[in-house]
Design a protein around this ligand. Structure first.
Ligand SMILES: Nc1nc2c(ncn2[C@@H]2O[C@H](COP(=O)(O)O)[C@@H](O)[C@H]2O)c(=O)[nH]1
Ligand code: MN
Length: 385
């Protein structure tokens, strides 16, 4: 059996798989993110490393990237929030009747859900995990649940085919597998550190079984977050799409199994996708047009960070009060009672989403269906200080 591959022992002279960064010269991509991408391309078995226009540095491995490998797979590339993704729901309320400030006071997406979690999981065909106390909780950080209105429709045929109406609200939920994914990565790291797994090894099979469960659990979690948010505002909704951006999946296009790792990369082979900017920017509903091997079947999953959390805290605190950041330039309302998070997640901390999407359009990868503007963003109710 092949031995594990570790990023720590790789000489810079190790052979490197092709590296491709899909970003125009007008997009700013941090050098450190490209260096991380190149380092990952030297991992044993790596066949391709792709940086999407939201590429930015992560903890050792970059975010906004997709990798294909043969023979080995790399849990560390997927990270701890296995199954994190974006789900979009249509809401049976007219956007002009939105009451964001009144609704904000009624929402709690952090306390344990008092309903029947086992039953909810069963309805979604997902096994329980031991982490059900967190089911239906959004998860802090850059996770969010956001009511949105339609800003503009660019492709009315696709828009209508998705069952959407221009005067109705939408709900975008970004969350993942909470403590479950973290526990799965921790169990891997305890045995293999940042090393990969030979894909025919028992540890790879164990990881993949747990990973697939976390992906399904994360999807059910977004569904319950959506239900709690809709219950809170007295609305009903239907899921329009749900895509995962942290995962590793097998592909058998070339005869031999290839492992497609996505770390902050949306799929381009599962239909429409929403690419959010920030709580103070448009989100783009797009349809993939150029599904291809050279983009590792992937798209940007967001705008990507421009500033580190520390830099965002320092810069935003100098210029703004926390209170002023609970309203955005779209006049939307933000529920975020943790001041540090309010500064860290401020819109200027992210790259311009318009540029990210333009890069994807120019690369022939997507067509814009509609743009969506924030109305009410829920981040956290947990108070800081
Ligand atoms: N519409 C909103 N978009 C947001 C918000 N906070 C972050 N973001 C965007 O989502 C992605 C998520 O990235 P991930 O690496 O944590 O999965 C991020 O790049 C931003 O573009 C928000 O409150 N509202
Ligand atoms: Mn995510």
């Amino acid at each position: 059996m092949r031995t594990d591959a570790s990023t720590e022992t790789l000489p810079s002279s190790a052979p490197r798989a092709p590296v491709r960064v899909i970003a125009s010269s007008q997009s700013w991509v941090e050098g450190e993110a490209v260096r991380q991408l190149e380092a990952m391309a030297r991992l044993p078995g790596m066949k391709l490393a792709v940086g999407l226009p939201d590429l930015h540095p992560g903890k050792g491995a970059p975010v906004g990237a997709a990798f294909t490998s043969e023979g080995f797979l790399y849990p560390y590339l997927v990270g701890s929030d296995i199954g994190c993704g974006m789900g979009l729901w249509n809401v049976d309320l007219l956007a002009r009747k939105a009451r964001p400030e009144r609704w904000a006071g009624k929402l709690d997406l952090e306390g344990p859900w008092t309903g029947d979690t086992e039953g909810f999981l069963q309805e979604h065909g997902v096994k329980s995990s031991g982490y059900e106390a967190a089911l239906g909780t959004v998860g802090g950080g850059n996770h969010f649940a956001e009511l949105q209105r339609v800003d503009a429709v660019h492709d009315s045929k696709v828009f209508s085919a998705l069952g959407l109406e221009a005067d109705r609200l939408l709900l975008l939920v970004h969350s993942g597998s909470r403590g479950l994914g973290e526990a799965i990565l921790r169990a891997h790291v305890d045995r293999h550190a940042a090393g990969g797994l030979a894909d025919d090894s028992p540890d790879a099979r164990t990881y993949l079984t747990r990973h697939d469960h976390a992906v399904e659990w994360g999807r059910a979690n977004r569904a319950l977050v959506a239900r709690r948010m809709l219950d809170g505002i007295g609305a009903m909704g239907q899921r329009v799409l749900d895509v995962c951006h942290n995962s590793v999946t097998p592909r058998r296009d070339t005869g031999r199994t290839q492992w497609l790792h996505r770390k902050g990369a949306a799929p381009s082979d599962e239909g429409p996708v929403v690419i959010p900017g920030s709580r103070g920017a448009l989100s783009y509903l797009v349809i993939p047009t150029g599904e291809s091997h050279t983009s590792a079947h992937s798209l940007a999953h967001g705008a990507g960070r421009k500033w580190t959390r520390t830099a965002a805290r320092e810069r935003m605190r100098e210029r703004f009060t926390a209170e002023s950041l609970t309203r955005t330039s779209f006049k939307s309302h933000v529920v975020c009672e943790n001041k540090d998070l309010l500064f860290e997640e401020a819109p200027p901390a992210y790259k311009p989403i318009d540029r990210v999407v333009t890069d994807l359009v120019e690369a022939g990868l997507v067509r814009v269906v509609a743009t969506l503007a924030p109305v009410l963003t829920y981040k956290t109710r947990a108070r800081s200080e």
